[in-house]
Design a protein around this ligand. Sequence first.
Ligand SMILES: Cc1cc2nc3c(=O)[nH]c(=O)nc-3n(C[C@H](O)[C@H](O)[C@H](O)COP(=O)(O)OP(=O)(O)OC[C@H]3O[C@@H](n4cnc5c(N)ncnc54)[C@H](O)[C@@H]3O)c2cc1C
Length: 511
Amino acid sequence: MSDTKTPGALRDAAAALRRELEARPSLGPKERRAIPQQEMPAQDPRERRGNMEEVALGYSEDQAVVESLRCLGCASRPCVAGCPVSIDIPRFLAQAAKADFDGALATIRAASMLPAICGRVCPQEKQCMAACTVGRIEKDPEKSVAIGRVERFLADRTRSAADRTRSPAGSPRAASRPAPKAPPTGKRVAIVGSGPSGLTAAADLARAGHEVTVFEAFHKPGGVAVYGIPEFRLPKAIVEEEARSLEELGVRVVCDFLVGRTRTIRELMGEDGFDAVYVASGAGLPKFMGIPGEDLVGVFSANEYLTRSNLMKAYDRGRAATPLYAASRVAVFGGGNVAMDAARTALRAGAAEVRVIYRRTEAEMPARAEEIRHAKEEGVIFDFLANPLRILGDEEGRVRAVECLRYGLGEPDASGRARPVPLPGSEYLLEADACVVALGNESNPLVTATTPELAVNGRGNILVDGSGATSMPGVFAGGDIVQGAATVILAMGDGRRAARGIGAYLAREPS
Ligand SMILES: Cc1cc2nc3c(=O)[nH]c(=O)nc-3n(C[C@H](O)[C@H](O)[C@H](O)COP(=O)(O)OP(=O)(O)OC[C@H]3O[C@@H](n4cnc5c(N)ncnc54)[C@H](O)[C@@H]3O)c2cc1C
C-alpha cells in the first residue's frame, strides 16, 4: 500500500471498476480475489507535513463498494474472532458491497459505538486483517480486505452533511442513532474517565436503563482520543461528535472532576448514592529513561508534548497562548504509535529535522505499519539499533545534543522480539535542541492510592475478574488502567464487558 496515486485518480479507477463488477451476473471467490485492494487517498506528504489536517482522506463510495466486494464471505469468519468487540464483519461488508450503507453501519454499531474512531486508529493489521482469509491466501495481512477503511467510510458517510439531505432511507442518522433505551431501573452508575472504555460502558449502561454520570479530570471528554492522538490522525470534531451521541442517551458528563481529589470512590458510593462505579482512568503516567540530562530544558514526555499540542493547540506557534517549545532538531525516543505521533507533531510544529531513536529495527517496531510509512514519507529520520545514553545541555541548561549507543540484535526476549544488545564503544553524538521521551505510559496512581480496597498488580494496574469486577464490591474497572497501555478497541471491549458485569451486579443488589 503506498500513496503514489492522486486521490482523484484512485477514485476514478474505483468508479470504473465498480461499474465493471456490477455489470457481471455474479462474483465467485476467484473474481473477488482478483480485485485490487483499494488504496487510501491521502494528502501529499510535502503539503501535509506543514499542516494539522487529517492525512488519510477516506474512501469514496465506489472504493468502499469495491473493497467490500473483496470479502470472500468465508464460513469460518476468522475476522470476527480477530475483532476484540466481535463486530459481524462479513455481514457489514456484504451490506456495504450492495450499497446498503445504513444497514452496514447499523451492523457495526450493534457491537461498537465508536466506528469513526476505530476505523481510523485500530491496529487492524494485527487484529481483524491479520485473521482475514484473503490476507492469508496472499500471505500478507496488508493485502487483506481493508476492513477499517470501509468502517470509516460508513461512519463518515452518516456524518457528512451532504448525505443528510439525500439519504433514501429517511433520516440519515437512523443507522447511527443509538439503540432504544430500556425502562429506568432506578440504579445510578458513576464512570471514572471519559476515554473509549468509559464512553462504551456509559452507552451500554444507559441503554440498559441505568442513570449514568461520567466524571472526567480534563475539561473535555474523549480521553487519549482527544489529548493524545493528534488531529492529523483523528480529527477532534469526530471524537466530540461520538462523545455527544452519549447525550442522546441521557448520560451526564461532568468535566474538571478529579476522582480521588474532588470526590473519592468511597464518597461516590456512600454519600453521593451511586450503586456501582466503573474505573476507566487510563494509563496517563509517562515513563522516563532515567538517563542523565532528562531534567534539561527542552526534554518532554510525549504525554506532555502531545497534550499541549492537542488540547491547547500549542502546535499553532503564532497564536497559541502556550506554544510548543521552539526547536529545530528534535530527537524522539521510542518506537510505538506515541513516538510516531510525537515525531510527526514536531515536524508540523516547525522542526527542520526530526529523528526517531529506537533500540531495535523497523521489523520490531510496535507502531502501526501505516504510521511508520507516513512518518517516513513526511521526512522523519529513523536511527534504528540505537539508544540514548545521556542528554547534554548548554550553559543555560537547554538541550544541545544526545549521546547514543549503537545496538545489535540478539535472541528473542520474553516479548518474542529480538533482544537489543548494546555494542560497547559505539557511542555517537546527535545534535538536538529538544527531546521527546515516548516510552509508553503507566497507570496514574491517584485512584488506587485513594482507594486502598482496590487490589493492583506490581505495575499499579487494577486487578479484575472475568466480568471486570475489582476486589471492592460494586466497583468495576477496565481499559488501560487494567491492561496497561493497550488499544482503543481493547479498552472498548473492556467497557462492554464491565457494563454487562455491572448490570448483573445491580440486578442482584436490593433496591
Ligand atoms: C499518543 C497515543 C497514540 C495512540 N495511538 C493509538 C492508536 O493509533 N490506536 C489504538 O488503538 N490505540 C492508540 N493508543 C492507545 C489508546 O489511545 C488507549 O489504549 C485508549 O485510549 C485507552 O482507553 P481508556 O478509556 O482506558 O483510557 P484513556 O483514553 O486514557 O481515558 C482515560 C480518561 O480518564 C481520565 N482520568 C484519569 N484519571 C482520572 C481521575 N482520577 N478522575 C477523572 N478522570 C480521570 C483521563 O483524563 C482520560 O480522559 C494511543 C495512545 C497514545 C497515548
